[in-house]
Design a protein. Structure first.
Length: 69
């Protein structure tokens, strides 16, 4: 019975790390998309990450200075 608290602590730590790094953003996006329109096509994880990086830092193929700063 002593294995449960360390396992629970590890699970909480894992959840926190995933949330902090943004790894769950895709899962939340797809869940939100399915809740609003179940028939809408979901982007692949790669496409989602591309869009996310472009919206945050600008298009690398675009003009210089088009990023966040």
């Amino acid at each position: 019975m002593t294995a449960a608290p360390p396992r629970r602590a590890a699970a909480r730590l894992w959840w926190y790390v995933r949330e902090f790094t943004g790894e769950t953003a895709y899962e939340r996006h797809v869940a939100r998309l399915r809740a609003t329109d179940p028939t809408a096509p979901a982007p692949s994880r790669r496409e989602f990450e591309r869009r996310r990086v472009r919206s945050r830092y600008g298009d690398p193929a675009g003009p210089p200075g088009g990023g966040c700063c």
